[in-house]
Write a protein that binds this ligand. Sequence first.
Ligand SMILES: NC(=O)c1ccc[n+]([C@@H]2O[C@H](COP(=O)([O-])OP(=O)(O)OC[C@H]3O[C@@H](n4cnc5c(N)ncnc54)[C@H](OP(=O)(O)O)[C@@H]3O)[C@@H](O)[C@H]2O)c1
Length: 245
Amino acid sequence: MKKYLIFGATSAIAEATARILASRGEALFLVARDKKKLEAVAGDLKVRGAAQVNLAVMDANDFRKHPGFLAEADKRMGGLDVLLVAHGTLGDQKVSQSGYAETEKELCTNFLSVVSLLTPAANLFETRRHGTLAVISSVAGDRGRQSNYVYGTAKAALSTFLQGLRNRLSKAGVSVVTIKPGVVDTPMTAHMKKGLLVANAETVAKGIVRAMDRGSDVVYLPWFWRPIMFIIRAIPEKLFKKLSL
Ligand SMILES: NC(=O)c1ccc[n+]([C@@H]2O[C@H](COP(=O)([O-])OP(=O)(O)OC[C@H]3O[C@@H](n4cnc5c(N)ncnc54)[C@H](OP(=O)(O)O)[C@@H]3O)[C@@H](O)[C@H]2O)c1
């Protein structure tokens, strides 16, 4: 049995992931900002076989609470094995363009809050020479596009931060897993027109569990996003700026 701490535990992707972990009898500590939703998710995971389900309510942007909270969660679980960070917001790009305040909010939630959580977590795992830090980034960070470049910027910064962290923590035997889903059918994308490539949360969750088990470096989920993003990244800027993506 492994001990997992999950931030953004009420997200559709995190919940689907936690269901798989619960059915394997893992111990879970769930963190989210909506108490009612969190209690409903926790109840379901207990029924599915989780060895233990702890919960805590916290807004990811409450940075000052992070170090103390992490130490407390680690103590309550008797030593964490895996940290999964899944919270995020896909803000309105047009609103971000109209004023900086919304952009700052997006960068805080999708990038800075994760850095704030990972900084003490990385130090803890590094000292112990044990553990896995798994974080949901996005293919949106692989290339800036006019339709969502603020969200993409946060995810790109996050992926680079994770890359550096991996480079540092590999020496201590700690895995840092960057998870890059493509479009997933969740409340986050409910307003979007879905194409052929859309995946469901359960499929992505299976990939996340596999990546955490293996201690993978960077995974694209589903797998076909890796070649797609390779091509997207390779399009010359001269041509790319003429596209309306
Ligand atoms: N869906 C996609 O197509 C897709 C693609 C690539 C990457 N991702 C990433 O996958 C992760 C999970 O997203 P999802 O698709 O499962 O979306 P979701 O179901 O909409 O979940 C988003 C979660 O983030 C939480 N959250 C937002 N702001 C927060 C804050 N300040 N403090 C604490 N929690 C906060 C939400 O909590 P509330 O319920 O309280 O609002 C919700 O649980 C995100 O990091 C997202 O960027 C998603």
